[in-house]
Each structure stands twice: as structure tokens, then as C-alpha cells.
Design a protein around this ligand. Structure first.
Ligand code: IVH
Length: 709
């Protein structure tokens, strides 16, 4: 290194030099630890590191929180270890206005069969804009901290969590096993000073406190996390060996007594009106809190009721997040571009003059579809009083939470005189195939199917995404590269990469960003995924309307690929028993079922799926979480009046225990639960010799006879 002697550097030069060295060392670390492909000799690496430390010594103010000097030890090559959550970490449903809140209260009452005049209390507390963390304490000692990840599997960030001052290392008088859940966040003041330190040192700054908190917690080196001022609010719990309390509010008080920070704005509200009043109080205080919140969370206070209400596939029935209105800003729309998605949808995207909306720089926003641009809704009615959107317009952009920014409005008084109406393409801009719009569909779609390169590549990206095959080393960039080289055209090709390129290692190694070790790792990572759980497999196919939770529902209902496949084939006429069975799955509607059936029976698509399956060992899914329950796998029919719970609750509980609830009695029915007024179904069950129980008999069987009755 023939660089300028340190004692001759001006402060500006030192700053530039620290930034350069930080880049060199970061890249060297990645090459060494992540890719196992060192780019520097040990001696050069040490010399760079020493020079960096010496400059920091002379100019201590320039030292950034992420300084390579403080990074000790080797980062684990594969990043964080994985942690499977014993109880899934779910998200919350959203309410956007007061009507949604009333509807939330009504739907809970309906589910529980709870009349209007019976009081129902909720807690209301700020929704912290950070990232959720699960802390596991065994015999009062913190043994593990995990991020939420995909809800089932998160990352092990124990060492990092131990550096957060709000997170106690030990607890006194806690249950032997206690998992505390809450939000890691960064205060406005700490965020501002972190960014200032970073920028003084020429290091990367963060767009908002949430990103700063996430980036700081997910550091492979805990000493970096230690230098970042993170905080933690406890607001929930996972597994516990003993209940914390009888109510949500008391449980939070207990967490506070155990030494956790809990949010002081948490309050009990006895009516929807009281809830809304508290929402407005929190909203009014928002700017003064000193940390970001993006709404107010309401939870049913009584924990027994929470237990009865249970969960939908990804959200609890007993809680909801009431979001604050979106943040807005005005900017120029430079041009409209079309992106083709994995299902062929042509999505218009607004390219904007960058503008800050609620602390985040936005340069793209979705325009939804052609009607939206034209100022019409799907039914031909007017939106924005019929104002259309054109390139050159001054438009209003908004963001709500993490979702893609949208365009809300256009200011016609600012429209350039030469602006022209946007003509939505009728040919796919990627493959030239006709782009058709079907009756009743707001979206125009490319008809090119598998020949459309955009659809193919989007399908592949989805296939390797985190909730799907999640192949380490095969991300968006690599998929694009392999696709454009013609190495991978469809998912099945991923699994023949190694054999088609027997010298593939050699070929990969010679490309940008690949070393011998990373290429070998990729082939191994692909092999690791030849075994795949059924739900991930379904989701990975990227079928329209079949998202992650629908895939889980289908997987749990059908158990294995063969059953699913046969059932879908049998449902192809879109009527009959197999079709009814599909629609009978709680959470599956006609649109999703139709899409599933059409996609899996469409010839080219099916052939592509079959080519894929030949390389896979698809893991069956146990009927439901509690497959050891007495009713797991049984087909149950409810008829007549239920007196202890509503039909919806009875059905959800039975399903949670692994039973399949059907609407009609047949030879396949295992149990008929008949309340007063049961008619023809009871008669048919008797004829067929189906076991018939009354409501108490059923509750005894599932061990759920309400106490005191
Ligand atoms: S309760 C079963 N309470 O919001 C649901 N979540 O949108 C348990 N969050 O993943 C979550 N503040 O990361 C709850 N006071 C609060 C919260 C809160 C922020 C986050 C949490 C969750 C996300 C859902």
C-alpha cells in the first residue's frame, strides 16, 4: 500500500480514506466469510485494518459505529442460525377507519354469540414501528432470541438481543418457561445521532428508524449491535409453562413487574367508542412520543375469550391493528412503465421524481391498472372525479406502512400543455403476445404463458423466494442471470443444473461473483431443497390467488401431493363432490379454487409441474397441528342448534383439532353433532350408522366442556 502517511492526512482526506477502507474491508470480509473466496492475502487484510484503526486513532470523531476495527471474530458463513418458533409468530389484521373497528367488535360478538348489551373489553396500545422479537427464558434466564422470519422460522439473534438494555438477562419469579414477545425499535433521537455518526464517518445512513433498528439487530457481529441504541417494548407472549394472568392488561402488567418495558399508553377500553377516543388521543400524541408508531392495536382483554376466538391462518381473531392514515407528498410523474408479473398481469408503474414520503424516498409507485390511470373504477364509475393520470403530471403519492407507494390524486392545474392521454398497451411489452382483458377482470394479461420471458423469470423469482423454495445462493439476481443465459427456463431446470453442467462448477466459477466454494455451495443448497414440505411446494408454484396462507390451508386439508392432485383433477368440472370439498375448506373461495383447478389442469403448466415433481420428495403435512387429538382426520357435521357456542366457533375449533367439517352427511361422515331441532341430517346419519353426539357429548370428546356448566 503506498498511501499517504497518516500524520499528513487532512480531516477530509481521512474521512474519504476511512470510507474507502471500510468498503475494501467489508468486501474482503464478505469474500472470506460468506463466499469462502478470499480476495486479499492475510497480510494485506491486516495492513488495511491497521491503517483504518490508526486513522481512527488520529481522528476519533470519524469512527463510525460499524467500524471494521470493532468487528471481532468471524461471521458465521451461513449467516444466522434458524429458530423454529414453538408457537407461530403471527401478524395482525388491519382496520383503516372507524367502520372497520365497529365491524371488528361486531364480528367478535357474532363469533362468540355475545349480545350487544354484554360488555366486552379491549386493550388499546400503540403499534410500534419496529421489528418483532421473541425472547425465550428458561428458569428465569434468557436462552434465545429470535426474529419473526416467516412466522414459523426466524433467525437466532440471541447474542445481539443481549446487547439491548431493555432486555433483561434474568427474571425473578417468572414461569419456568416463558417466551416474551415484543418490538425492537430505535428512538428518533438515537436514530438521528446514529445517522450523524455514520455520515460523519462517510458510512451508510438509514432511511428511517425502523430500517436502522432492523439493520442493527440483524448484524452478524454483536459488537456492532452493542454500539447501536436499540430499545424493546414487550406486548405479547408465546409459550409459557404457567399463565401470566387472566387478562391481556394484567399479563402486560406482569411483564412490566418482571422488568420489561411496556408501553405506558396501554389502556383498557370498554366500548368501541372508548377505543376510538383512545386512538385519537394516541394519534394526537404521536409526534411527541419520540419513536415511530403506525397505528393502535386493539386486543380482547379476557384471555379465555382470546382462546375461544383463536386464529385465522395468519392473524388472530381477537386483535386488530388500526392504522394511521397514510403519509402524503406531491411530485412529478416522469413516465409510465409496464411490468409483466408472473401471472402475466401487465402492471403500470409510475416513475417519479424522487420525493420523501414519511421519511422514505419514493421514486416508483403503482398505478394498479388501466382503469385507474383513466380515472375509472372496475364498474365504470368515476374515481378522482374522472381525472386521468399522464406522464408529466403533478401527482400525490402516499404510503401506508410497508406497502408499495400508490398515487392518490393528480393536480390538473399543474398539467403540462403537451401532456397526452396514456394508451395502455394491448401487446405484451416483453414478448409481443396479445395482452387480453377478460370480462370482469380489471387486469390485462399477457397471453404468452411460458413463452413470455418476463412471466418465466418472475415465476422463477417467486419459486426461489423465502416462503417458497428459499434456495441459499439463488436469489433474484442469480435467477435473472441464469435465465438470461438460458441455463434455467423453468423451476425443474434448477434441479438438473448440476447434471447438465457436469463441469458446471468450472463454468460458474468463471463468472462474476462466483467462487469455487460458492458454486459448490449452490449445488448443495439445491440438493437440500429436493425435500420440500407440501405447503411450500404449493406456494412456490405461484398460482394466481394461491398465496402462502392458502397454500398452508390446502396442504393441511389434503395432506400430501397425490391427494391434492387427485382432488384437483376430480374438481375440474367446477362442480360435484370434489369441487364442494375444495370450497368447504375454511378460507378457500370460488375464485381461488377456480384458479387452482385451472392452473393445475392446464396442459403446458401441468407438464412443467410434473417435470419439477420428478426431482422432488414432497413432504406430507400432518392433518393439522394437533394430529393426536381424538378427532384428527375425522369428518364432522354439525346440525341443529348449538347452545354453548356459535356454528363458526364450533367449526373453527373442530378444524383446529384436525377434524374436517363438512356441510352434509354421507358415508364418509364420522361424527354428527346434533343439537335441538336437528332434522334430515340426523335421520340420514342414523340410516348410515354414523356416530351421533349431542353438543355436550362433543365437547366432552374434545375435552372442552366449558367449566362450571
Ligand atoms: S400484537 C398475534 N402488539 O405488528 C399478534 N403487535 O402487523 C401479536 N406490533 O408482527 C402481535 N406493535 O411486530 C402487537 N402493540 C403491539 C404491536 C405489534 C407492533 C407489530 C408486530 C406484529 C405486527 C403485525
Amino acid at each position: 500500500m503506498d498511501a499517504k502517511p497518516i500524520d499528513q492526512l487532512t480531516e477530509d482526506e481521512a474521512k474519504a480514506e476511512i470510507a474507502r477502507l471500510s468498503d475494501v474491508l467489508t468486501q474482503a470480509n464478505a469474500a472470506y466469510h460468506r463466499d469462502d473466496a478470499p480476495e486479499l492475502t492475510d497480510a494485506d487484510y491486516d495492513a488495511f485494518k491497521r491503517r483504518n484503526a490508526a486513522i481512527e486513532d488520529r481522528f476519533p470523531d470519524l469512527k463510525c459505529a460499524d467500524s471494521p476495527t470493532d468487528q471481532i471474530g468471524a461471521a458465521p458463513a451461513e449467516g444466522f442460525g434458524k429458530v423454529t418458533h414453538e408457537q407461530r409468530m403471527l401478524s395482525l389484521g388491519n382496520a383503516f377507519d372507524e367502520a372497520d373497528v365497529t365491524e371488528f367488535d361486531q364480528s367478535i360478538r357474532k363469533y362468540l354469540g355475545w349480545p350487544e348489551d354484554q360488555s366486552l373489553s379491549y386493550t388499546a396500545e400503540p403499534k410500534i414501528d419496529g421489528l418483532s422479537l421473541a425472547l425465550r427464558y428458561e428458569y428465569g434466564v434468557l436462552v434465545q432470541a429470535a426474529t419473526r422470519g416467516d412466522g414459523s422460522v426466524g433467525e437466532n439473534v440471541t447474542a445481539n438481543a443481549r446487547t439491548v438494555a431493555d432486555i433483561p438477562e434474568t427474571l425473578t419469579d417468572a414461569p419456568d418457561l416463558l417466551e416474551v414477545r415484543g418490538e425492537v425499535y430505535m428512538s428518533h433521537a438515537d436514530f438521528a445521532s446514529l445517522n450523524e455518526r455514520q455520515s460523519r464517518a462517510g458510512a451508510k445512513t438509514f432511511a428511517n428508524p425502523r430500517n436502522a433498528a432492523a439493520g442493527s439487530l440483524r448484524q452478524l457481529d454483536a459488537s456492532v449491535t452493542r454500539a447501536r441504541p436499540l430499545r424493546f417494548f414487550a406486548y405479547a407472549w408465546g409459550v409459557t409453562s404457567a399463565p401470566l394472568a387472566d387478562t391481556q392488561f394484567a399479563a402486560i402488567e406482569r411483564l412490566s413487574e418482571l422488568g420489561f418495558s411496556t408501553n405506558p399508553l396501554t389502556q383498557i377500553c370498554d366500548t368501541p367508542d372508548a377505543i376510538l377516543a383512545h386512538y385519537h388521543r394516541i394519534e394526537a400524541d404521536r409526534a411527541e412520543l419520540g419513536y415511530d408508531i403506525d397505528g393502535v392495536v386493539y386486543k380482547v382483554n379476557d384471555l379465555t375469550l382470546q382462546g375461544r376466538l383463536g386464529y385465522r391462518s395468519t392473524t388472530p381473531r381477537w386483535a386488530i391493528a388500526h392504522k394511521f392514515p397514510a403519509e402524503l407528498a406531491w411530485t412529478r410523474l416522469e413516465r409510465i412503465e409496464i411490468q409483466v408479473g408472473r401471472t402475466g398481469a401487465l402492471s403500470p408503474v409510475a416513475r417519479l421524481v424522487p420525493v420523501t414520503v414519511g421519511g422514505v424516498v419514493v421514486s416508483n409507485a403503482t398505478l394498479h391498472n388501466e382503469d385507474y390511470i383513466a380515472g375509472r373504477d372496475a364498474k365504470g364509475g368515476m374515481i378522482r372525479d374522472g381525472r386521468d393520470i399522464r406522464a408529466g403530471d403533478l401527482v400525490q403519492v402516499y404510503r401506508a406502512g410497508d406497502v408499495i407507494p400508490k398515487i392518490a390524486d393528480v393536480d390538473l392545474s399543474q398539467r403540462p400543455t403537451d401532456a397526452v392521454t396514456y394508451d395502455f398497451p394491448t401487446l405484451c411489452p416483453e414478448c409481443g403476445s396479445e395482452a387480453r382483458r377478460e370480462e370482469g377482470d380489471a387486469v390485462r394479461r399477457c397471453s404468452g404463458g411460458l413463452i413470455c420471458p418476463a412471466q418465466a423469470v418472475e415465476k422463477l423469482k417467486h419459486f426461489v423466494s423465502r416462503a417458497a423454495f428459499d434456495i441459499e445462493g439463488l436469489g433474484v439476481k442469480q435467477v435473472e442471470q441464469f435465465h438470461s443465459d438460458g441455463w434455467i427456463k423453468e423451476p425443474a431446470d434448477i434441479f438438473t443444473l448440476r447434471e447438465r453442467y457436469s463441469d458446471g462448477l468450472q463454468q460458474l466459477k468463471n463468472r462474476d461473483g462466483w467462487g469455487e466454494k460458492s458454486a459448490a455451495n449452490l449445488f448443495n443448497a439445491i440438493d437440500d431443497r429436493r425435500q420440500i414440505p407440501l405447503n411450500r411446494m404449493i406456494f412456490a408454484l405461484g398460482l394466481r390467488h394461491v398465496g402462502e396462507s392458502a397454500s398452508a390451508l390446502l396442504a393441511r386439508h389434503y395432506g400430501d401431493w397425490e391427494h391434492l392432485s387427485d382432488a384437483v383433477a376430480a374438481a375440474a368440472p367446477l362442480e360435484g363432490t370434489a369441487w364442494d370439498d375444495l370450497l368447504g375448506i375454511d378460507g378457500v373461495g370460488a375464485v381461488m379454487a377456480g384458479s387452482l383447478v385451472t392452473s393445475l389442469t392446464q396442459e403446458a403448466e401441468r407438464a412443467s409441474i410434473d417435470r419439477l415433481i420428478a426431482h422432488l420428495d414432497i413432504q406430507p403435512i400432518a392433518a393439522l397441528a394437533q394430529s393426536d387429538s381424538p378427532v384428527a382426520g375425522k369428518v364432522v357435521v354439525f346440525t341443529g342448534t348449538l347452545e354453548k357456542m356459535t356454528r363458526a366457533e364450533a367449526k373453527a375449533r373442530a378444524e383446529a383439532l384436525g377434524a374436517k367439517v363438512s356441510g352434509s352427511v354421507s358415508a364418509k361422515t364420522d361424527i354428527l353433532v346434533a343439537g335441538p331441532g336437528a332434522g334430515s341430517k340426523a335421520k340420514k346419519a342414523a340410516e348410515l350408522g354414523v356416530e351421533t353426539l349431542d353438543e355436550d357429548g362433543w365437547l366432552t370428546l374434545i375435552n372442552a366442556l366449558p367449566t362450571g356448566e
